[in-house]
Design a protein. Structure first.
Lengths: 227, 228
């Protein structure tokens, strides 16, 4: 089996990220896997509308804008996925009566954009210094009609796939997934295989994100040491 | 700096011998305790000083903490005090009498938009922060109060902390070239005042440019700005 972009079945696309790109957001990150690219800006903790105010924790708001056009139902679903994933991982109780706003802008959609959005949101939250229980990383894989499983599918592969699975994990994948999204027809053993592949992939994504954040910390720490 | 230990959210902290001896650990910003484990909640460099541990990272959004000097802008006036925007989630309250020598009959009247330098006296997550423009123990202003004239700009909290800790080389580089006044708020707001608008803007630009420069580069940058 050859993939359209000549990757191996278990090979993810080249990852790329930039931290603190937006000058006015409290934290921001761009995360790209191949041609799928997502920009995320985080504001918080900021003042909250009275309607959303919670007396014991921060309110999490997620806004997702697609690459083209207005947000549709699927984008709204992705928003709710990101919110429910991070509501448990952000230490909301440390900043009661405030708002943490996560703005996600899809720059280019070439498949696995939900996973990219979750990864970008993690990096932006870390950049903003929002207290987190753990880092979150997500990965996607697809089961093709022949039964072959490919990781990090492009839009073309996902469109022709039998089923597509996205999993998000906290820092320790052994602790189980934080979010599961499986679409299409699949058997239990296919699901389990996808789970294992995505867990391994999420660990690699996490290692990539870790090195990116550590690079930024080292740059600033060296500066303090030098002066 | 001897050792740089970068930690990320979720990293379990190795408190070493201290925890095994059953000693009390005091956790500062960026660290949380869950069950038996102490882990980082923010990304940054792990520091320890005796039994005190904390994570130092750079950010842009201020979260008020007691005793910290802040620069704010008056946004409203109420019967009991002013509302001051200090960049945190909620505006701070500045009581009408929290100034040096203020009495019920004789107290400063601040217009909306006035820049003030104050100290946070009440900061907890369930209440709006409160600041005062004098030391309530001595009754002296100690440099706090209205900042007239000059120019206020924003910077990252990391830069503000370095400026106020005098570890930022830009202030020395700037001070050797021109006289200026400065009020640094750890909320990432800095007010500068020099002779005339040109010099004031120059000082502000120099400080803003200095975030990622070392001492030599700072001197060079200041010289270039002055030569323009």
């Amino acid at each position: 089996m050859t993939r359209p972009d000549r990757r191996d079945a278990g090979q993810i696309r080249a990852l790329h990220c930039v931290l603190g790109q937006l000058s006015r957001a409290d934290g921001s990150a761009q995360f790209a896997a191949g041609d799928s690219s997502v920009l995320c800006g985080v504001y918080g903790p900021v003042d909250v509308r009275v309607y959303d105010e919670k007396l014991d924790r921060a309110h999490i708001e997620v806004k997702l804008r697609p690459a083209t056009g207005l947000p549709n139902t699927k984008d709204k679903w992705t928003e709710s996925v990101i919110r429910s994933t991070f509501e448990r991982e952000i230490l909301c109780h440390l900043h009661p009566r405030t708002l943490v706003q996560i703005n996600v802008q899809v720059r280019q959609d070439d498949g696995a954009v939900e996973a990219a959005a979750i990864n970008a949101a993690t990096l932006a939250l870390v950049d903003a210094g929002i207290p987190l229980r753990t880092m979150v990383a997500a990965a996607t894989c697809a089961v093709l009609p022949g039964g072959a499983i490919v990781v990090d599918p492009t839009l073309e592969e996902a469109a022709g796939a039998q089923s597509v699975h996205t999993f998000a994990f906290g820092g320790d994948t052994a602790g189980g997934p934080l979010h599961v999204d499986s679409r299409g027809d699949f058997a239990m053993d296919e699901y389990n295989a996808c789970y294992d592949i995505c867990a391994t992939t999420a660990e690699r994504v996490l290692a990539f994100m870790r090195s990116a954040v550590e690079g930024k910390i080292a740059k600033e720490a060296l500066l303090v040491g030098a002066s | 700096m001897a050792d740089i230990k970068a930690v990320l959210p979720g990293d379990v902290m190795d408190t070493g011998a201290a925890a095994r001896d059953g000693a009390v650990l005091r956790l500062g910003p960026g660290l949380v305790q869950a069950d038996e484990r102490t882990s980082a909640a923010a990304a940054g460099v792990l520091h320890s000083d005796g039994d005190l541990w904390w994570v130092a990272g750079n950010r842009r959004r201020y979260v008020a903490a007691e005793g910290e000097p802040v620069v704010g802008v008056v946004v409203a006036r109420h019967g009991e005090g002013y509302r001051v925007d200090i960049g945190s989630a909620h505006d701070a309250l500045l009581p009408l009498l929290a100034f040096e020598g203020a009495t019920k009959r004789n107290k400063p009247s601040l217009a909306i938009g006035t820049v003030v330098y104050g100290r946070v006296v009440v900061a907890n997550s369930f209440m709006d922060p409160e600041i005062e423009c004098y030391n309530s123990h001595t009754g002296k202003s100690e440099g706090y109060g209205e900042l007239a004239g000059g120019f206020m700009f924003k910077c990252t909290l990391g830069l503000a902390r370095r400026l106020i800790g005098s570890t930022a080389p830009v202030l020395a580089a700037l001070g050797s070239e021109l006289p200026f006044e400065i009020a640094i708020g750890v909320n990432g707001r800095v007010w500068v005042h020099a002779e005339g608008p040109e010099k004031t803007v120059l000082a502000a630009n120099a400080i803003r440019n200095s975030e990622y420069l070392d001492a030599k580069q700072c001197r060079q940058m200041v010289k270039e700005l002055l030569a323009r």
